[in-house]
Write a protein that binds this ligand. Structure first.
Ligand code: BMA
Length: 314
């Protein structure tokens, strides 16, 4: 297939489509983790009335999925946290035996990031929101760093956000967040020149934190979304060690080119197993696909195809 680097597309793509959920108009940008000897996921479903909802799913092999036709219910004992608007773009991170689940909620004041925890994917306890508006992308690190929980997020605006840089924040308790640090920004004259945002939860590797992210540029016909990679310092994850000049995956196949939002590859989950990394990505805001590579090859590609290794930023 054209435009493939170290990631190769699964031959059976797309693996999940609107056919998997009765009221789905589309199903994309979703969160998947290993769970209980198989896989569990929280899926973004844009329904036929264009409410954006989240649904739980399970799979034995990570490819064939059973997705609950009912909308996921959040439990909370604080009416101030009640979510009444569209919810979308979930992410999942496991810390010890708890899955932390974040998502974006549209509100009258702009999009913000909500958070809930689960151990079994049956009950979801909602906690304090992680951000104020406007912020649309957030991932939690899989362990505390220097004794604090940590996250990357991408502040935005009320609309379709024609800008966006990534920030790092820490918290002693997942409620109070601070020590905000700038991480990186778009790069002019590139596939990541309009905005960038974190994808799956950061992956700890020998070199630091491997972050798969999305980068967007604006053509005369609107936004196009690509997959990129970066390696960030292990103890100070706002410090960029390497960041790809070349993309890791570009919208190329028909299911990535054509859909509700054309030309979108939106990486949102990664599974590392047996030396391989499998990335799940939303395609054209319509369906979900998979691309795989060897973790060592991906790390090598990010290093050798980075701005840092190839002459610096423009
Ligand atoms: C995300 C979401 C989507 C959007 C998408 C591209 O940030 O806000 O609604 O269309 O980017 O997949």
């Amino acid at each position: 297939m054209a435009n493939e680097t170290v990631f190769k597309r699964y031959k059976g793509n797309p693996i999940i489509t609107a056919k998997n959920v009765p009221r789905a108009n589309s199903i994309h940008n979703s969160a998947i983790v290993e769970h209980d000897g198989g896989y569990a996921g929280i899926f973004r479903v844009d329904e036929v009335d264009f409410n954006f909802t989240m649904h739980v799913g399970f799979s034995k092999d990570g490819i064939k999925w059973d997705i609950d036709p009912h909308i996921l219910k959040l439990e909370n004992d604080n009416p101030d946290l009640e979510i009444k608007d569209r919810t979308y773009d979930p992410r999942l991170t496991k810390i010890d035996d708890i899955y932390y689940f974040t998502w974006c909620t549209d509100s009258a004041q702009g999009p913000f990031i909500g958070m809930a925890t689960t151990k079994d994917f049956k009950t979801f306890k909602q906690h304090e929101h992680l951000t104020i508006p406007a912020n649309r992308n957030c991932v939690i690190f899989p362990r505390k760093i220097n004794g604090k929980f940590a996250m990357y997020s991408r502040p935005s605006d009320m609309g379709h956000t024609p800008f966006g840089c990534m920030f790092y924040s820490t918290s002693p308790d997942m409620v109070f967040w601070g020590t905000h640090r700038f991480v990186f920004e778009p790069v002019r004259s590139s596939w990541q020149s309009t905005k960038i945002g974190p994808g799956p939860a950061p992956i700890e590797v020998d070199e630091g934190w491997l972050l798969i992210y999305h980068g967007v540029w604006t053509s005369c016909n609107g936004y196009l979304y690509y997959m990129g990679g970066a390696i960030l310092d292990k103890e100070e994850p706002w410090r960029v060690l390497y960041r790809t000049r070349d993309y890791l995956l570009a919208p190329t196949e028909l299911y990535e080119r054509v859909g509700d939002v054309p030309n979108v590859i939106f990486p949102s989950s990664a599974i590392v197993k047996d030396g391989n990394i499998r990335v799940y990505y939303g395609c054209a805001d319509t369906c979900i696909s998979v691309a795989e590579g060897k973790l060592a090859d991906v790390i090598d590609f990010v290093k050798t195809h980075s701005y840092e290794a190839t002459g610096g930023y423009k």
